[in-house]
Design a protein around this ligand. Structure first.
Ligand SMILES: *Cc1c(COP(=O)(O)O)cnc(C)c1O
Length: 422
């Protein structure tokens, strides 16, 4: 079922009319459905029922602490990529033993904080990083649990900016160097080898790339065990795509993904770790915005709205498609009109959609961008000194503001006019 749907002619998030949120919180604003978040987590987790698994939600997709807490209460772990995300996960109630730490550039301070939190595993991406982690762990008199992120040189399809599993990408240990890396790690007293990690990309809309990567890693795990390493964890990363509408392909169902993983890892005797982000959060949120002006161009109609690329970067960054709907349902006989939907920022890239067919709209009307719950608010900025977009979470017929819109004074609070000596 959809948790963003029309009820008596007005688009609702669960039981709350979006027009009410717009009136009370203002626009632009992100609105999340807690029911959708919970359902997506459960659908994903249920597809691995009976297996030894850790579902470590990828915090970077949507890092609001209320989102993390909602998932933590269902038993989710967290995949973090910075000390800031680690702090968010801990504040939201995710225990260290359910936290995995990914990323190519962990600092020593971040490693230290993660060791203090007793995290489940560090996904290590290079030998220099391994040696830094070894030194930090030794300075604390502990051992750091490590899985190397290996780069299986598999093409995941999709946009080049979110493909990560090819040898030309910056991610992971090159496939031909993996076994030597494990041998080097085994000799370090501050390191405990626990597993193998891969993450081949994002918005993956077919099972074949996952199958190719899993097969390669299963082979690697066998070789590593033959070489005497204790491998009891296999982190397969995130990346399962979601339907965005438009002409994007329909991604595989979590149940089919689950069946594939089961089939390929049978008798492997490992804990499987998953790092889904988009699949959990993507369709749990909309960006709600108001039409400021309808501008007649030479050959097109522009819908100038109060949201901009600083609030939702995906169209500008990845040429991403988001379905757009008016909050007030159009009358069935309204002829549609093609609009270029643009924001107020001084860049031509500040364009959400071109020639999009919508019912006729005027200034003051509300629209939503669907599937904006992942990589939406998390990528927002204050470019053009626009206040960071607020976030709202809905549960049934209630809603709460889970990130406030800063005032201009809030935004300027950390800046200083230098008091140079004369
Ligand atoms: C971004 C990322 C994820 C999550 O990817 P999704 O496509 O949102 O599922 C998981 N693991 C790592 C290492 C990532 O960088």
């Amino acid at each position: 079922m959809r948790h963003f749907d029309y009820q008596s002619g007005d688009l609702h998030a669960e039981q709350v009319p979006l027009s009410r949120i717009a009136a009370e919180v203002g626009t632009p604003v992100y609105v999340y459905s807690s029911a959708t978040l919970e359902r997506h987590y459960r659908v994903f987790a249920d597809s691995f029922e009976g297996l030894d698994t850790l579902v470590a939600y990828s915090v970077k997709a949507n890092s609001n602490i209320a989102v993390l807490q909602t998932l933590a209460q269902l038993g989710a772990g967290a995949d973090v990529v910075s000390g800031g995300e680690l702090a968010r996960a801990l504040i939201a109630g995710i225990p260290g033993e359910r936290i995995v730490f990914s990323g190519v550039g962990k600092t020593r301070a971040e490693m230290s904080a993660a060791l203090d939190a007793n995290i489940h595993v560090f996904n290590v991406e290079s030998l220099p990083e391994l040696h830094a982690l070894n030194a930090v762990a030794l300075s604390k008199g502990v051992q750091a649990p490590v899985a190397f992120r290996v780069n299986p040189d598999v093409s995941a399809g999709g946009h080049e900016k979110i493909s990560t599993g090819k040898k030309e990408n910056k991610f992971g240990i090159g496939w031909s160097r993996a076994e030597a890396a494990y041998a080097e790690a085994a000799a370090l007293p501050g390191i405990e080898i626990v597993g193998v990690d891969v993450h081949i990309g994002s918005q993956i809309d077919a099972l074949a790339p996952f199958e190719a990567a899993i097969r390669k890693v299963v082979g690697l795990i066998g070789r590593l065990r033959d070489q005497g390493h204790r491998i009891h964890l296999f982190d397969i990363g995130g990346g399962l795509g979601i339907p965005y509408g438009g002409n994007s392909r329909t991604p595989p169902l979590p149940a089919d993904y689950g069946a594939l993983v089961r089939r390929l890892t049978r008798d492997l005797d490992v804990q499987m770790v998953f790092e889904p982000g988009r699949m959990i959060a993507g369709n749990s949120g909309v960006l709600l915005s108001e039409v400021l002006y309808v501008k007649e161009g030479e050959d097109r109609h522009f819908l100038i709205i109060d949201a901009a690329m600083n609030d939702l970067l995906r169209p500008a960054l990845y040429d991403a498609w988001h379905d757009v709907e008016p909050v007030h349902a159009p009358s069935p006989d309204a002829a549609s009109q093609a609009y270029d939907i643009v924001g107020p920022i001084c860049e031509s890239g500040d364009t959400f959609a071109k020639a999009r067919d919508l019912p006729p709209l005027s200034a003051g009307d509300l629209i939503v961008f669907h599937s904006a719950g992942a990589y939406g608010a998390a990528q927002s900025s204050q470019y053009n000194t626009r206040p960071l977009v607020p976030e709202v979470m809905v549960r049934g017929d209630a809603y709460r503001v889970i990130r406030e819109r800063p005032t201009i004074a809030d935004m300027l609070k950390t800046e200083r006019l230098p008091d140079w000596p004369d």
